[in-house]
Design a protein around this ligand. Structure first.
Ligand SMILES: CC(C)(COP(=O)(O)OP(=O)(O)OC[C@H]1O[C@@H](n2cnc3c(N)ncnc32)[C@H](O)[C@@H]1OP(=O)(O)O)[C@@H](O)C(=O)NCCC(=O)NCCS
Length: 189
C-alpha cells in the first residue's frame, strides 16, 4: 500500500494527513496516551480493554489485525492522528437481527478513530473510505462486514451509514447496535 495524501479543506486550516500501512512503536505510545485521556465512554468503546496499556496492546496485536495509521507526516514517523484496524471476527450471535445474516459471509469487521487535530474537520469519510477500499482490495469478493457500536454514538452511526452500512439490530443490554454491509464489486484504488 502506498501512502495516500488525504486532502482536507476545512475553513481556515491548511493541514495534510497521510495514511500509512503500519504503526510504529512511538505511535503505539501515542495511541495509549490518547486512549487513557478519552473521558467519554461512548467514544472510548472497547479501546479501554485494547489500548489502555502497552501490555493490552501487545495482547491485542496477537490477533494480527490489519492496521493503517493516519499521521501528520508523509514519513512513517509522524504524530498519530487516527487509526483504522480490520480483520476477521465472528458475527455477534444476537436474536434480534432484522434480517437473516450468514456468519460465514459477514465475517470481517473494523474500527476507526481520529485523534487530536484530525477530529471534527470533516475528514472521517474520506480517510475511512480510503482505508476500507485498501483493505477490501485484498479480499476475495463478495464479502460481508459487520460493525458493532454504541447506539448512543450518533456520529459513528452516521459515518457508518454514509459508508453504506445499515443498522440490523436494536440496542442490546450493553447499548450496542450491529450494522452490516456487503462488498461485491472490485473497488477502484
Ligand atoms: C467517529 C469519528 C471518527 C468521526 O470523526 P470526526 O472528525 O469527529 O467526524 P467528522 O468531522 O468527519 O464528521 C463526521 C460526520 O458526522 C456528522 N456529525 C457530527 N456530529 C454529529 C451528531 N451529533 N450526530 C450525527 N452526525 C454528526 C458530521 O456532520 C459529519 O457528517 P457528514 O460527513 O455527512 O458531513 C471520531 O469522532 C472518533 O474518532 N470518535 C471516537 C471513536 C469512534 O466513535 N469511532 C467509530 C466507531 S468504530
Amino acid at each position: 500500500m502506498n501512502r495516500f495524501e488525504v486532502a482536507i479543506r476545512p475553513e481556515g486550516v491548511n493541514e495534510s494527513f497521510y495514511i500509512h500501512p503500519a504503526i510504529t512503536s512511538s505511535q503505539i505510545e501515542q495511541l495509549i496516551a490518547f486512549t487513557q485521556s478519552e473521558t467519554d465512554p461512548v467514544k472510548l468503546g472497547r479501546d479501554g480493554q485494547r489500548f489502555m496499556s502497552r501490555e493490552q496492546y501487545e495482547e491485542w496485536s496477537k490477533k494480527g489485525r490489519t492496521i493503517y495509521t493516519l499521521t501528520d507526516n508523509i514519513d512513517a514517523e509522524g504524530r498519530l492522528k487516527g487509526i483504522f484496524w480490520a480483520g476477521e471476527k465472528e458475527l455477534p450471535d444476537r436474536a434480534d437481527y432484522s434480517e437473516s445474516l450468514d456468519p460465514n459471509f459477514y465475517r470481517h469487521t473494523y474500527a476507526f478513530r481520529l485523534y487530536d487535530s484530525a477530529r471534527g474537520k470533516g475528514i472521517s469519510h474520506s480517510v475511512l473510505s480510503t482505508c476500507i477500499d485498501e483493505y477490501v482490495s485484498k479480499l476475495s469478493l463478495p464479502v460481508g462486514f459487520w460493525l458493532e457500536t454504541s447506539g448512543a454514538n450518533e456520529v459513528a452511526i452516521h459515518m457508518d451509514e454514509k459508508q453504506g452500512f445499515r443498522v440490523v439490530s436494536g440496542k442490546n443490554d450493553q447499548g450496542l447496535v450491529t450494522l452490516v454491509r456487503e462488498y461485491a464489486m472490485p473497488l477502484k484504488i
